[in-house]
Design a protein around this ligand. Sequence first.
Ligand code: DQA
Length: 140
Amino acid sequence: MNILVINGVNLNLTGTREKGIYGEETLDEINAELRAFAEGKGHSADFFQSNLEGELCEAIQSAQGRYDGIVLNAGAYSHYSIAIRDAIAATSLPVVEVHMSNVHAREAFRRTSVLTEVCRGEILGFGKRSYLLALESFFL
Ligand code: DQA
């Protein structure tokens, strides 16, 4: 399987922002671990990050036909981007929503995701392991 891992707004700052919440590893370091994990199981993973909502929609659109599934941490867009929700609804690819933090244990506005209903599933609260678990869900 070939999985596309998409990170949205501010996730490029992982490792430097709010380390108590998101950890000390950079996104590149996490992605390297994800790649090794996928390859170790005989699969592959590619990576895309953008702070721009439209670019995230384009990444979801263009994954069709090139990937078997998407792991998506849309960051704050998860809570209000109808455009990203529509892009997920439009693709036939399964999308697994990811959050590193337990969004239900934080501010009230993080408890709602407009994406979850159109995703295959959601994994949250396990730090970088949220991504690993989401990837693994495609390999089971
Ligand atoms: C996040 C949670 C969001 O609420 C937040 O805006 C992020 C990261 C997470 O991975 O825990 O940027 O998606």
